[in-house]
Design a protein around this ligand. Structure first.
Ligand SMILES: Nc1ncnc2c1ncn2[C@@H]1O[C@H](COP(=O)(O)OP(=O)(O)O)[C@@H](O)[C@H]1O
Ligand SMILES: O=C(O)C1=C[C@@H](OP(=O)(O)O)[C@@H](O)[C@H](O)C1
Ligand SMILES: [Mg+2]
Length: 161
């Protein structure tokens, strides 16, 4: 989910393993030549999800040993979660909703179009409801790591060959 730490942790994990790190949102931005916000503005969420799926297919062609930080919605559209599981070892970072909200409030919400311009109360409501609808997808990850704190060695042991 947004704020779980996919980008932050993914980068750290890739560094430890000596793997390439790819943040799917950044990869989409490079492919599309515009920011995620611009893509949402021009093509709506539907257009973004199509670009996201295309990027997912391209990224598995482009990289062999890589840690990919997806976006929070990636596994929840099309058959993306099946595609992800067919091509790699997926990890669900299962962070409580209240913690996600606290973290996200400290960031620039305009960078995440689904959260832009939300009040704190609306943000809380959105995170709780969205997490509930997405959980069925997230639970299909091969591994689940739960809690506010994480242990990078534990994560490393999950994916290390
Ligand atoms: N384990 C953590 N504990 C506390 N804050 C964290 C942790 N992981 C990430 N953050 C912070 O939470 C925010 C969202 O992290 P980010 O990696 O962008 O999440 P995601 O890519 O899953 O949306 C950032 O401000 C980041 O510094
Ligand atoms: O949860 C989502 O639907 C989204 C999460 C974002 O990525 P992060 O999870 O890295 O914020 C980004 O892909 C886009 O704003 C949509
Ligand atoms: Mg991210």
């Amino acid at each position: 989910m947004m704020g779980a730490g996919k980008t932050t942790l993914g980068r750290e994990l890739a560094g430890r393993l000596g793997y390439t790190f790819v943040d799917l949102d950044e990869y989409i931005e490079q492919r599309e030549g515009r920011s995620i916000q611009e893509l949402f503005e021009a093509a709506g969420q539907e257009g973004f999800r199509r670009a996201e799926r295309a990027a997912l297919e391209a990224v598995v062609q482009d990289f062999e040993q890589a840690i990919i930080a997806t976006g929070g919605g990636t596994p929840c559209f099309f058959d993306n979660i099946d595609f992800i599981n067919q091509h790699g070892a997926s990890i669900f970072l299962d962070v409580p909703a209240e913690e996600l909200v606290q973290r996200l409030l400290l960031t620039d919400l305009s960078q995440r179009p689904l959260l832009a311009q939300k009040s704190e109360a609306d943000l809380k409501d959105f995170i709780v409801k969205t997490l509930a609808t997405r959980l069925a997808f997230y639970k299909q990850a091969r591994y689940t790591v739960s809690g506010k704190r994480y242990n990078i060695e534990q994560l490393e042991s999950l994916v290390k060959p």
